[in-house]
Design a binder for this molecule. Sequence first.
Ligand code: C5P
Length: 220
Amino acid sequence: MSSFLIVAIDGGAASGKSSTSRALSERFNFLHVDTGSYYRAITAELLRRSLRVDQIDAVKAAIPSLHFGTQVDGRAARMEIGGRVVPEAEIRGPEVTAAVSHFAAIPEVRAALLAYQRGQADVARTHGFRGLVMEGRDIGSIIFPNADLRFYLHADVEARARRRELEGRADAVAERDRMDATRKTAPLVLASGAIDIDSTYLNLEQVVDKIAGLIAAKLG
Ligand code: C5P
């Protein structure tokens, strides 16, 4: 039994992490943290400053000036950069989607986000949430290796690419996975001890129910 729970959900692009995490946050009154949106917000800001992925030194030099904050919007945590939440339309756009995995592979970008992401547990506690559900690529392996529950969502790559197509979003799912899984720092990986869920033939409700049963058992 635990009074505050941390749940980590990792997986490849379009694996259903966001819909699952959002549903769980509603069911259990957890703060939902989508760390992909953080990498996207940083990417949008760096692109806005006309920085390119190959200008590594300039990107590193820009990092201290990003000044992260958090706005809690319902049960979702949104990253502020310099006091501004980067709008959803901007972070989900094709330019950011095409560039994000390149910026996310830069160790200094990841290092800048490490303490900030861990600090979201305190944000959740301060706002009276019963727990935190954090989704990403390295949550169960690097950010919260001691989370109360850690999951890895699998789905075959064609099914995932189809999901994005149906949403009308340009997204090279397989290519992003390749970059995310092969980078040197904090690659996308099934963390040892994480619970592996193949969602290829499951609908959202079935995935949520599977995870919710385990959360309910932990909450007692
Ligand atoms: O989750 P989403 O697909 O929006 O994430 C966008 C990108 O952010 C990923 O393709 C990956 O490059 C990066 N990312 C990451 N580590 C995380 C979350 C996202 O590297 N924890």
